[in-house]
Design a protein around this ligand. Structure first.
Ligand SMILES: Cc1cc2nc3c(=O)[nH]c(=O)nc-3n(C[C@H](O)[C@H](O)[C@H](O)COP(=O)(O)O)c2cc1C
Length: 209
């Protein structure tokens, strides 16, 4: 297998996937085939976690009515947050405008996935909690990308000030389960260039700071 995960098309290597993964916020309405979605979730489940506790739970929402209900608390708290922010650069403003637009269109995005941590299954240390879910989320997004889907990670619904209590109530997430983040997933309606990042010389330290 040469380290290529099951289901990953041969034409996109892991390195190509990592180097081209972007946050896409515009999706076409085509539904995601069930078998492909299972591959994506299976790849998420191969991630590392503290003591292999695998504390993740994924709530996959495809029902448009449900998505519209979930949007309400997430959009309201996002707009409240935006109203309280100031001094944004024009570039950041553009990203926020696109982020708001995606959120407004939540019910039209084919799949939204709440990525959650079961607090009863994760170690007691605070530092292990989220460190045990984000590798799985990154796997999920890379696998989706490799299969030709687009994703955007957001933290909508992940804290009380982002609508978490209402979101949890709507989809029945129990008290001992915490929403870590939300991934929007669908076929891309736009093609984006490679990610823009700082060069490694700006943040890598060899032997000492
Ligand atoms: C923890 C985290 C929270 C994010 N929250 C949002 C969000 O609320 N809305 C959104 O549209 N994108 C969100 N993003 C995506 C980032 O905006 C995006 O990764 C960044 O702008 C770089 O763009 P790129 O991934 O296309 O290279 C988030 C990403 C991370 C890792």
């Amino acid at each position: 297998m040469n380290g290529v995960p099951v289901g990953m098309p041969k034409e996109m290597t892991v390195l190509e996937g990592i180097n081209s993964l972007r946050s896409v916020r515009k999706f076409n309405p085509d539904q995601i085939p069930e078998d492909k979605l299972k591959i994506v979730l299976g790849c998420a489940s191969k991630a590392a976690s503290g003591s292999n506790t695998q504390p993740w739970e994924f709530v996959v929402v495809r029902d448009a009515t449900l998505k519209a209900r979930l949007k309400e608390p997430m959009l309201r708290t996002w707009l409240e947050r935006l109203a309280g922010s100031s001094g944004m650069s024009p570039r950041m403003r553009d990203v926020y405008d696109e982020a708001t637009e995606m959120l407004r269109n939540t019910e039209k995005v084919p799949v939204i996935i709440y990525c959650c941590v079961d607090l009863n299954r994760v170690g007691k240390s605070e530092e292990v909690k989220y460190a045990s879910i984000y590798p799985a989320v990154q796997n999920l997004m890379l696998a989706a990308h490799a299969l030709g889907f687009a994703t955007c990670l957001t933290v909508h619904g992940s804290t009380p000030t982002r609508g978490e209590p209402e979101v949890k109530k709507i989809i029945g997430i129990p008290d001992h389960v915490k929403i870590a983040c939300l991934v929007y997933l669908g076929y891309p309606a736009v093609q984006l260039s490679s990610p823009k990042r700082k060069s490694i010389e700006k943040f890598v330290h060899y032997d000492r700071w």
